[in-house]
Design a protein around this ligand. Structure first.
Ligand code: SAH
Ligand code: SF4
Ligand code: F3S
Length: 466
């Protein structure tokens, strides 16, 4: 039987921004009549890539080699790459004849993929090399307004901005996503409104630097037209005003843009949940400077102090990089000490990975791989201790939980402050109908990475009560 439309499989690497982009890719392709299937059955294998560390790029080369071997024996599968790719890698992929499609030109994908179906390998490779050359980072970002195919009916990522102007010396993002772009307020409000009307219970606003959101809004009154600048705090407040039973949060924030007004939102915004992801990266001021982060440890600690003064229960997570060029044992000790003092609930601990084209790439990667691993392990032990201590402070509390899974009568979900929790079958097995709903739970056990609790009520109104 002749196939009517291409069938594809999509694999996503990287951060939530890439996952949000993938929901738009699926929407565009399915609207064009394409069908999603498993990776072994697909004609087109689409990979949405992340370049933040070399590891993910190495993995994709492994996949490419495997598919090439398979293609020699059985049916042909075409690889398509998209997402965050550094120009040095784009060149290498193009030389191999791998097609790269720019996420910012998502509207053109169906036509492009359709044309690939009829191409000879030689022509496809030519097209790939042209694509490699033509993919710049400065296309507009209107693709963000494509209505996504949300992967969940109760929890949604809503990108409010993309790109980054900060150029931290280690980071690939400004090169892969380009300059900061903030979506128009109207567009964001419409998307959030629609989600809430559909009964979505959790809205997570996304951006590489979500708190540097800045957009111009036109206000037209009967007498004149005015231009108003909307920053992240204003945007958050506008969204928060949308009535409904939902939780609101945002990631990722940059410490240099964490203003007093934004901190205040944790007590004034009704829907905003007590969760903040605030990357510290290192506890050494010398390394922070070399990283081009524009804050010092004292400033970061002061922010945390102010946030915790407003809300003791707030869950604070961070990102740390160990082994940045020039990180001496004494610098590392400062990171360890900072982590012990700040007592994070969660920390994503990365070993430094040199990224071609970044400022730090020119520096000697002089901390050995073994030493980097060792330092990361030491920090992981600190984290385990503080995460457990913080979780233990929640014992006995009754809190709202958004259920996302039910297995054999046991439910799993997220507390209002973004912690994983397992709810045991008390007093009766929990029904899978509760997936995507709020319940009230009493916390009975604290583990390092999660909590356990008992069901108090499965009919919950006013879930916002703190
Ligand atoms: N915009 C966010 C981070 C985006 S990248 C911020 O400003 O913090 C996500 C995380 O990846 C970073 O916080 C950092 O900890 C890590 N990362 C980025 N580049 C890296 C590199 N070259 N090596 C190791 N980790 C890196
Ligand atoms: Fe990367 Fe720094 Fe921008 Fe975050 S703020 S995306 S770490 S350059
Ligand atoms: Fe990776 Fe791109 Fe996100 S480089 S971390 S997927 S913005």
């Amino acid at each position: 039987m002749k196939k009517l439309a291409p069938i594809f499989n999509l694999t996503t690497f990287g951060c939530q921004m890439n996952y949000a982009d993938s929901e738009r890719i699926v929407a565009v392709l399915e609207q064009a009549g394409f069908k999603q299937t498993t990776s072994s059955q697909a004609d087109f294998l689409i990979y949405n890539l992340c370049s933040v560390r070399q590891h993910a790029i190495d993995r994709i080369w492994g996949i490419i080699n495997k598919i090439e071997k398979q293609n020699k024996n059985k049916k042909k599968q075409q690889i398509i790459l998209t997402g965050c790719i550094l120009s040095s890698d784009k060149k290498k992929f193009a030389e191999k004849g791998i097609i790269i499609l720019a996420i910012k030109k998502l509207n053109e994908w169906p036509q492009k993929i359709n044309s690939l179906k009829h191409l000879s390998a030689k022509r496809a490779s030519l097209l790939a090399s042209q694509a490699g050359k033509s993919i710049k980072t400065n296309y507009d970002n209107e693709y963000l307004n494509i209505k996504p195919q949300y992967s969940s009916h109760y929890s949604a990522y809503v990108p409010v901005m993309t790109g980054c102007n900060n150029f931290c010396s280690y980071c690939a993002v400004p090169y892969t996503r380009g300059q900061e772009y903030s979506r128009p307020v109207k567009e964001i409000l419409e998307e959030v409104n629609n989600l809430i009307v559909r009964g979505c219970k959790e809205i997570i606003l996304l951006g590489q630097n979500v708190n540097s959101y800045s957009n111009i809004q036109e206000i037209i009154t009967s007498t004149r037209k005015m231009i108003k600048k909307i920053g992240f705090v204003e945007l958050l407040k506008m969204i928060d005003k949308i009535p409904g039973d939902y939780w609101l949060s945002f990631l990722t924030s940059h410490p240099k843009d964490m203003t007093a007004e934004l901190i205040k939102c944790f007590s004034t915004c009704f829907h905003l949940v007590p969760y903040l992801h605030l990357p510290l990266q290192t506890g050494s001021n010398k390394i922070l400077k070399a990283m081009n982060r524009h804050y010092n440890l004292e400033h970061y600690e002061d922010l945390i102090k102010k946030i915790r003064q407003l809300n003791k229960k707030i869950n604070i997570s961070t990102d740390i990089i160990v082994g940045f060029p020039g990180e001496l044992e004494a610098d590392f000790k400062k990171t360890k000490k900072a982590m012990e003092k700040i007592k994070f609930d969660m920390a994503y601990l990365a070993t430094y990975s040199p990224r071609p084209g970044t400022a730090a790439f020119k520096l000697k990667d002089n901390v050995s791989a073994i030493e980097k691993e060792k330092r990361r392990d030491v920090l992981n032990e600190v984290l385990k201790k503080t995460a457990l201590e913080n979780n233990q402070k929640m014992l006995g509390l009754i809190t709202g939980v958004l259920v996302d899974q039910v297995k054999n009568g046991v439910a799993f979900g997220k507390t209002r402050n973004f912690k994983r929790i397992k709810i045991l079958d008390n007093p009766r097995p929990i029904s899978s109908k509760l997936i995507g709903n709020f319940i009230r739970v009493k916390i009975t056990k604290a583990n390092i990475w999660n909590l356990e609790g008992e069901l108090v009520s499965n009919k919950v109104k006013n879930i916002q009560s703190r």
